[in-house]
Design a protein around this ligand. Structure first.
Ligand SMILES: Cc1ncc(COP(=O)(O)O)c(C=O)c1O
Length: 474
């Protein structure tokens, strides 16, 4: 149910202004924020005015409920505005605990570190809290260099680790990097799953860290069997730190507390972010061993060299603790495994009936649906036209009608043909079933030759080809 906002106000009028001016949301964003993104939302028909969010649903101004199967790339993994996390945040504010005092530690930070590390392999008990995933990745890059005395950093093709300059240097797609160079020296990549290529790089014994997502988030790529165990062993052989970037896969997303649990991994560093605050506060963490932590910054003179003003702020820490406790209390890891299996089985069944689905991949509630070319002549021509206009546009054939006709939010995964699902871990089987029904209907429509959905995406393709320049002249 949408929230009744009439009763909500504050003396400074902040919330009242946000409510009163909500019809200006996109205009304000276009004027002051990310104008080209606003344009893209309008072109794709995603420029809705969502006025509230609760659990698995967003609500627009007309009270239409949208099932959110993407949750902001997995950040609202408890569902939107979880009431128990909110209660903890309100209690933390009411307690007037000190925050931001650099000569002091909030007990909340130590408690969150304790509860987080209890869910990770033994020995990973030293934590650096940051505000964003990119900052946690950056911390691992710095700590690995400092702890090993080695300059190079290794990552995987198609990997994603964030867009600030450090993480961007190890991201696996050039598209993100264009125009932002020069990036960090000493960064190299190997194909995900290629142990020989990894070993060739490690043999030089100058690699500080191999940083890898256990399941690649961009296209939901599952590693070949045993790849990660062998990669970890190779890192150990050559003195390279094995860093698991679990910023997307962590905290129940793949049906285990951490994806590393699927393979019994014991990384030297684990990175956590996104879902850690239940979608309320910016928070991320680099978790490592005490030995590595101390080697990097463990002397009295160096204790200040790696800090972050908001890194362990009380609200983020409190939200983190609340989130871990909700996941545990409500059995959400097991729930994600169960509903994820149900959803993937349903998608497999759709794949057998629909030529447009090429492959379904995933673990738990991290799922990729890869589309493939249709067989019909006209549809094939459209497929080529759309692909030559823009890599990554084709999934909109399905994503747009799912949103427009069925009020379901999914995302095209980038410059590829994958639709990505990162639903809340609280997704019910009934909600998963309603998504399967909607997808079935959309695919049937696309394959029936009705042309309605094709026309929308073809028009976008043609417009894109006409405007291979910034969406508006600046
Ligand atoms: C695996 C992974 N690492 C790092 C990041 C960067 O996180 P943030 O956007 O919080 O900087 C992301 C974000 O999508 C991610 O998926």
């Amino acid at each position: 149910m949408a929230v009744d906002t009439l009763e909500i106000s504050d003396a400074l009028g902040v919330v009242a202004d946000a409510l009163a001016r909500s019809d200006e949301t996109l205009a304000l964003a276009s004027r002051h924020l990310d104008r080209s993104l606003v344009d893209v939302l309008a072109i794709l028909g995603f420029d809705k005015r969502y006025v509230s969010a609760r659990g698995s649903y967003l609500y627009d101004e007309n009270g239409r409920a949208y099932l959110d199967l993407h949750t902001g790339e997995g950040f609202a993994s408890l569902g939107h505005n979880h009431p128990d996390v909110r209660e903890v945040l309100e209690a933390t504010l009411a307690s007037e605990l000190p925050g931001g005092v650099q000569i002091h530690y909030s007990p909340l930070a130590g408690l969150l570190a304790e509860e987080l590390t209890q869910r990770l392999p033994a020995g990973l008990d030293a934590v650096f809290f940051a505000s964003t995933g990119a900052e946690a990745v950056d911390s691992a890059m710095k700590f690995a260099r400092a702890a090993t005395g080695r300059p190079r950093l290794l990552s995987c093709d198609s990997g994603f680790h964030g867009v600030t300059l450090g993480p961007l240097s190890i991201v696996g797609d050039e598209f993100f990097k264009e125009g932002f160079g020069p990036l960090l020296p000493g960064c190299a990549r190997v194909p995900f799953g290629d142990l020989d290529a990894l070993e060739r790089e490690l043999r030089e014994k100058d690699v500080a860290a191999f940083i890898v997502e256990p399941v690649q988030g961009r296209m939901v790529t599952i590693p070949p069997a045993d790849y990660l165990q062998h990669a970890q062993a190779a890192c150990r052989r050559y003195g390279t730190l094995f860093v698991a970037d679990e910023i997307q896969t962590g905290l129940g997303r793949t049906g285990k507390w951490f994806a590393l649990d699927h393979w019994g991994l014991e990384p030297d560093v684990v990175l956590v972010g996104k879902a850690l605050s239940g979608g309320y506060m910016p928070v991320a963490a680099m978790v490592t061993t005490r030995v590595i932590y101390d080697k990097a910054v463990g002397t009295l003179e160096r204790c200040y060299v790696h800090q972050s003003t908001y890194g362990r702020n009380r609200l983020s820490m409190a939200a983190g603790l609340a989130t871990l406790r909700v996941i545990e209390r409500d059995g959400l890891v097991e729930h994600a495994a169960r509903v994820g299996a149900f959803l993937r089985a349903g998608l497999e069944e759709l794949r057998e009936r629909h030529e447009l689905i090429k492959e379904v991949r995933g673990l738990g509630l991290m799922i990729g649906i890869e589309l493939g070319p249709p067989r019909g002549r006209a549809a094939k021509l459209n497929w080529h036209l759309i692909h030559s206009a823009s890599e990554g546009l084709f999934p909109q054939l399905v994503v747009i009608p799912l949103h427009r006709d069925h009020a379901m939010i999914t995302m095209a995964a980038g410059k590829n043909d994958v639709i990505k699902l990162l639903p809340p871990l609280t997704l019910s089987e009934a909600q998963a079933a309603s998504f399967l029904d909607a997808l079935d209907a959309v695919l049937s429509d696309c394959e029936s030759g009705s042309g309605k959905n094709w026309a929308v995406v073809r028009d976008i393709a043609v417009a894109t080809m006409r405007r291979r320049v910034p969406l508006r002249s600046r």
